[in-house]
Design a protein around this ligand. Structure first.
Ligand code: AMP
Length: 196
């Protein structure tokens, strides 16, 4: 794990990993937000790193980034190829298992954006936060929603801080944003804070 820290505390910001829901059965407003984020990443010259699927918010974000001329890398575990309908129009890697996928997504990214999602999204975001808590990396993370989707998560973090389980300055490991623009600005600002 020491190696992770050495390799991943650079201040470079060229690739953003997006965690988000894979379900198509969601309110269309979430799909729309994912599309707008994908477009914004492309316009900002940032590479999108994501789970490789063509479904749900994942597919919407990747397609929008690709169609706007952005660079996209998808990383898909073999057993999900059909279920998450791998999006083959962009660079993609097929890996053996979920752990390899998650580690590769982490390694390929300089920062993380968490869109609305389900259990998988939550797990991926919390794992990255837990590595930050252990001091294994200092890559910034932003949660993006327009409707307060992640508000209960931030309330839980406040309870955790109140309870003394994590220090108050851990708040700087994550930020809650309302628009793709605000999110990219926050990540850039966060990167500077965390690099100090
Ligand atoms: P979900 O948020 O459940 O729609 O899942 C979003 C993405 O997270 C999908 O690409 C899933 O393959 C992935 N995922 C599901 N479960 C897990 C897990 N336990 N760890 C990491 N990723 C997961």
């Amino acid at each position: 794990m020491d190696d992770i820290k050495k390799t991943h505390t650079t201040s470079k910001l060229s690739s953003i990993c997006v965690y988000c829901g894979a379900s198509d059965a969601v309110n269309p407003k979430y799909i729309d937000l994912a599309k707008r984020l994908g477009t914004q990443l492309a316009k900002s010259g940032l590479r999108l790193v994501y789970g490789g699927g063509g479904v749900g918010l994942m597919g919407a974000c990747a397609r929008a980034a690709h169609e706007a001329g952005g660079e996209v890398l998808g990383i898909m575990p073999r057993f999900l190829l059909d279920k998450e309908r791998i999006y083959t129009e962009v660079e993609h890697r097929i890996v053996d298992d979920m752990h390899t996928r998650k580690m590769m997504m982490f390694e390929e990214a300089d920062a993380f954006i968490v869109l609305p999602g389900g259990i998988g999204t939550l797990e991926e975001a919390v794992e990255i936060l837990s590595w930050a808590r252990l001091g294994l990396h200092a890559k910034p993370m932003a949660f993006l929603d327009e409707d307060g989707f992640w508000q209960p998560f931030f309330e839980l973090i406040e309870k955790i801080i109140e309870g003394g389980f994590i220090p108050a300055d851990f708040r700087s490991a994550m930020v809650h944003c309302r628009t793709p623009d605000e999110t990219l600005d926050a990540i850039k600002a966060r990167r500077i804070v965390l690099d100090l």
